[in-house]
Design a protein around this ligand. Structure first.
Ligand code: AMP
Ligand code: FE
Ligand code: FE
Ligand code: ZN
Length: 285
């Protein structure tokens, strides 16, 4: 059993259509794939309809959140959510708020870039997102197309870096509230790439213990942005806190270089996740 529990389609900031993503999953020999677009469930109906026989698709989402440390600025964190009820009203309202927040914030980033002479256009970026959830990867592609940077990585290392003067933070959900919302919707909250240090500041063990106390059910351990020592640490912490562990690629199509299936989840851990999710069912034969 090959199980990848974290992927993005063009419904958010990946480049594959949901159907293309499923085809890539099959080509990579996956038996199970979760669709976890940022702050939306818009891809769920599409993958349900496009699912090839033999492939199990887990409906999910990656919620944009913040951890508020005792001191200092909030830390951006991502919360994976699986098998929740897509109609649960409070979680649906929070998703909608986050998508609106992304639009205001994206426009502010682009306005500042334009004011400094970069030839990018917010209207073009929104048009190219084709109704999907807009994120910095969309702005990065526009910067590459304008010749400002040579690659998406360069855009993230430069003008879109969180320390860049062009960077604008989003008012993301308090992660403890996010966990409660996902649980209230019957879902399984899993802390995504908790020690992805290259993305910026990461939280401490105290934060993960607080998340567990708030109802977190899992830690994403095997992730392309985690070094081996951090995987060992997270696995130990998950055991101490009674959390399940996952592994996944965080595939974004050509917006990132990681192939689908690059990291995978142990089948016994997947069984724990399935047993905990009551808000919706996997799409399966
Ligand atoms: P945002 O949610 O708009 O702040 O953008 C963050 C998104 O950009 C996350 O989904 C990351 O997966 C993605 N991202 C971060 N760094 C990179 C990178 N170097 N190349 C491509 N995508 C990235
Ligand atoms: Fe992303
Ligand atoms: Fe993420
Ligand atoms: Zn992701």
């Amino acid at each position: 059993m090959r199980i990848d529990l974290h992927t993005h389609s063009a419904v958010s900031d990946g480049t594959d259509t949901p159907a293309e993503l499923l085809a890539a999953a099959v080509a990579a020999g996956l038996d199970v794939v979760a669709l976890t677009d940022h702050d939306t469930t818009d891809g769920w109906d599409v993958v349900r309809a496009a699912r090839p026989t033999g492939l199990t698709v887990v409906p999910g989402m990656e919620l944009s959140c913040r951890w508020f440390p005792a001191e200092g600025a909030p830390i951006s964190v991502h919360l994976l959510a699986y098998l929740f009820d897509p109609l649960a009203p409070e979680l649906a309202a929070e998703r909608a708020r986050l998508r609106a927040e992304r639009l205001t914030r994206g426009e502010r980033i682009v306005t500042a870039l334009v004011a400094d002479g970069y030839r990018v256009s917010w209207a073009d970026i929104v048009e190219r997102s084709a109704g999907g959830v807009v994120g910095r990867p969309h702005v990065a592609r526009a910067l590459v197309a304008a010749g400002v940077v040579a690659s998406i990585d360069e855009a993230f290392a430069g003008p879109l870096h969180h320390t860049s003067p062009y960077y604008v933070a989003k008012a993301d959900t308090d992660v403890l509230d996010g966990i409660a919302l996902v649980r209230a919707a019957g879902g399984v909250p899993v802390f995504a790439h908790g020690l992805a240090r290259a993305r910026g500041r990461v939280v401490g063990d105290d934060a993960m213990a607080a998340m567990a106390a708030a109802g977190l059910l899992g830690l994403e351990v095997d992730h392309p942005d985690h070094v081996d020592a951090d995987r060992v640490h997270l696995r130990g912490l998950a055991a101490d806190l009674g959390l399940l562990t996952t592994g996944s690629s965080d595939y974004h199509g050509t917006n990132k270089r990681t192939p689908i299936g690059a990291c995978t989840t142990d089948p016994a851990q997947f069984e724990r996740l399935l047993a905990a999710g009551t808000g919706s069912a996997p799409f399966a034969d």
